[in-house]
Design a protein around this ligand. Structure first.
Ligand code: DC
Length: 225
């Protein structure tokens, strides 16, 4: 049986995960958050005390003993690191920066891409990330590239972190986001960029409902349901 894969890429905070999660649930597809996998690897390296940027060889060495897996619950995707559920531990500013740093390492990407492709082969899915349309699933049925102004994205991320009870300053969230955008789009292997055949959507100023409706209608149009 051939499964339908939908790729949603774009920079941090464009709304990919929130939107993809809602639409996947409505369609009965699984939602795969690939960013969580990079975050889990980053958490492992931080726990080991590895300076990710300056000790890439140590990251690569530790990778062999690093097990990343996902499962699904009513609340969405759960992420496991070495069999421990780390879903709640990966959403901190430190892990965000670490994820962007491990994501430049080719060996890390190859390991996680393998898992992503296996999941896509076995499920109707909406997969969100940075390189899904360009590299992970070049034959995805639908490719969407979601973006928004960096200020809009930082504000969303800031509100999310506050809601989770974390103490953050908007200016710090904004400057982290600018750094991550640069890291993610300038790396040499599988950088953040729209696939040639992707549909570009700018969510700046949109309500969540409006963005969901726009994307849902594109998807339903394409798969004819
Ligand atoms: O989507 P996110 O913010 O959880 O992603 C965390 C980091 O992981 C992001 O800065 C870049 C990296 N990433 C990636 O390089 N490729 C992906 N497919 C997903 C995430």
């Amino acid at each position: 049986m051939e499964f339908i894969n939908i790729a949603i890429d774009g920079p941090s905070g464009a709304g990919k995960s929130t939107i993809a999660k809602i639409i996947a649930k409505e369609m009965g597809y699984i939602y795969i958050d690939t960013g969580a996998m990079y975050r889990a690897v980053a958490l492992k390296m931080l726990n080991l005390g590895i300076d990710i940027k300056n000790e890439q060889d140590k990251v690569i060495e530790a990778l062999d003993n690093t097990e990343v897996d996902i499962a699904h619950s009513d609340e969405g995707q759960l992420i496991f690191l070495d069999k421990e559920d780390v879903t709640g531990k990966i959403r901190t500013p430190e892990v965000s920066m670490g994820a962007s740093a491990v994501a430049v390492i080719k060996e890390v990407r190859l390991k996680l891409v393998e898992l992503q492709r296996i999941l896509a082969k076995k499920n109707n899915c909406i997969m969100d990330g940075r390189d899904i349309g360009t590299y992970v699933l070049p034959n995805a049925k639908i490719k969407i590239f979601l973006t928004a102004s960096v200020e809009d994205r930082a504000k969303r991320r800031y509100d999310e972190l506050l809601e989770k009870g974390q103490k953050v300053v908007y200016e710090d969230v904004l400057s982290d986001m600018i750094k991550r955008d640069k890291n993610d789009s300038e790396r040499s292997f599988a950088p953040l960029k729209p696939a040639d055949d992707s549909i570009l959507i700018d969510t700046s100023g949109n309500t969540l409902e409006k963005s969901v409706n726009i994307i849902k209608s594109i998807i339903l149009d394409k798969i004819g349901k």
